[in-house]
Ligand binder design. Structure first.
Ligand code: ARG
Ligand code: ZN
Length: 478
């Protein structure tokens, strides 16, 4: 039940990617005018994201063959300028750019290890929609997880296995390893992802899909993510896989992609997905997307990730014990908390992980008559307090830690005990409805809670979220 806590990690700078250099220009981008500020200037990853434009849509088309590590790709980004732009930044690492145009005219380009500065032939007027098309190729390289300072850090981004399979897990800033973009959850966009692969391998990605025959012996898997999605949730998994198509009793389509040799046990691991979708829909509000599913890797990656509509599970997260079911519930709950309602800055990660962790307990409470949620929460509260530090603004190294997962869940349980079930579950539903497909902050959550509870809980939240001492759980009213 207790999810792997990445504790004891310290902040490190990103390991550079073996860049193959830019083809047009090589000078340093100018940072001299305010229009080039990378904003939203998230203090956790100051190099990622841009605040001066708003991406509406990404169209990513790429070609891959398992016998070669390189890809050829074209990403087309439709965005709206928030101010006059003489130039703008995109996050992108390592691949060679063959051509870049803005509104069909060749654009100037300079780059660093982590980003591109694009200079359109003509400045873009504030409010204008513009289309940037980037053709590129090369061998994508995963980068070190910035929160992991160990000798063998977790890698994020495009990852190719020795036998030619590919998976992408990007949280928090790995998206730039395979497509140029505005790599921050504050700028969500819809996606088309088209992957051209040989017969015999499947492509799992986000949204809904239709494989269409391409050149002889190849298929293009066209995936469409019609609701806004943060860049870190975009994925492709390219591998021989066997598909399972089902639906929840209430009718939400489920399509799972499993490694052929793990098919039977995976079917068992995910047998409760439909019931979970339907139960969570009753307490969190309607499932926010057109379909759901799981993709199981053969690889042990030490975690699972809530990639929108298609959660990814390392093979080490599964197995027929209770923990696997908790992980399945956790990633599904993220579709509401994290994916549909997204954070505006990484310091608010407890809004994702606290809710997803609490959802595991809500599921257990729903299906297991012997489960006592108060007892389980009291046990969690009794855990090692040195790890239960403040969930809000936990630092880059604390993003995926007991502070955000466990104390995040404890905060929600304490809130529930304080305001009562009726108001707590009303709050949850209004939260997912009010911020559906959008972004929200801890301050937004506190404001909505105060409104629904009809009392000022600022001090309650301060003690639970911003101090390193764990408050006592309120006496149970459940
Ligand atoms: N959000 C994921 C989950 O809770 C965990 C991601 C861990 N990522 C990482 N780079 N260590 O399911
Ligand atoms: Zn999580």
């Amino acid at each position: 039940m207790v999810r792997r806590a990445l504790t004891g990690l310290v902040l490190i700078s990103l390991v550079g990617c073996a860049g193959s250099g830019s083809s047009s220009g090589g000078s340093h981008p100018s940072r001299s005018t305010t229009t080039t500020a990378p904003g939203p200037s998230d203090p956790y990853y100051s190099e990622a994201g841009a605040g001066v434009y708003d991406v509406g849509h990404y169209d990513i088309g790429l070609r891959y063959s398992p016998d070669q590590p390189a890809i050829t790709a074209t990403t087309t980004i439709t965005a709206t300028a928030k101010r006059n732009l003489a130039e703008f930044h995109l996050d992108f690492s390592g691949l060679t750019i063959d051509q870049i145009t803005v509104d069909a005219a060749a654009a100037g380009l300079s780059r660093t290890r982590t980003d591109l500065t694009v200079r359109p032939r003509r400045a873009i007027a504030s409010g204008a929609t513009f289309v940037t098309k980037i053709r590129y190729h090369g061998v994508p390289r995963a980068i070190a997880d910035p929160g992991d300072a160990s000798d063998d850090p977790t890698r994020i981004g495009w990852t190719r296995t020795r036998d030619g399979r590919v998976y992408v897990v990007s949280e928090p800033i790995g998206a730039r390893t395979w497509f140029p973009g505005n790599d921050h959850p504050a700028d969500k966009a819809t996606f088309d992802i088209r992957v051209d692969v040989p017969d015999g391998v499947s492509v799992a990605s986000n949204g809904t899909f239709a494989p269409t025959p391409g050149s002889p012996g190849r298929y293009t898997w066209h995936w469409t993510m019609a609701q806004p999605m943060a860049t870190y949730l975009a994925t492709v998994v390219i591998a021989p896989m066997r598909e399972e198509q089902t639906a929840s009793a209430a009718g939400v389509p489920i399509r799972n992609f499993f490694p052929p040799r793990l098919y039977d046990e995976s079917v068992t691991d995910f047998a409760t997905t439909g019931a979970m979708i339907d139960y969570f829909s009753t307490i969190f509000g309607p499932y926010p997307f057109d379909a759901y599913g799981a993709v199981v890797l053969r690889d042990e990656i030490g975690y699972a990730l809530e990639t929108q509509t298609m959660s990814i599970f390392g093979s080490d997260m599964l197995g027929t014990d209770q923990d696997a079911e908790d992980t399945v519930a956790h990633e599904l709950a993220h579709q509401w908390f994290g994916d549909s309602v997204s954070i505006r800055r990484w310091a608010d990660i407890w809004l994702n992980e606290g809710f997803a962790t609490y959802a595991q307990y809500l599921w257990d409470d729903h299906v297991d008559p012997a489960f006592d949620i108060n007892l389980e929460m009291a046990k969690l509260r009794a855990g090692d307090e040195r790890h239960l530090t403040r969930p809000h603004n936990p630092g880059v190294e604390g993003l995926f830690s007991a502070a955000t997962y466990e104390r995040g869940a404890l905060t929600l349980h304490a809130l529930r005990l304080t305001i009562g079930d009726a108001k707590f579950f009303e709050l949850v539903k209004v939260w997912t409805a009010k911020y559906r497909y959008a972004n929200a902050t801890t301050a937004d959550f506190i404001a909505l809670t105060n409104e629904i509870a009809g009392q000022d809980l600022t001090d309650f939240f301060h003690r639970w979220l911003d101090t390193n001492q764990v408050p006592p759980l309120p006496k149970s009213l459940l």
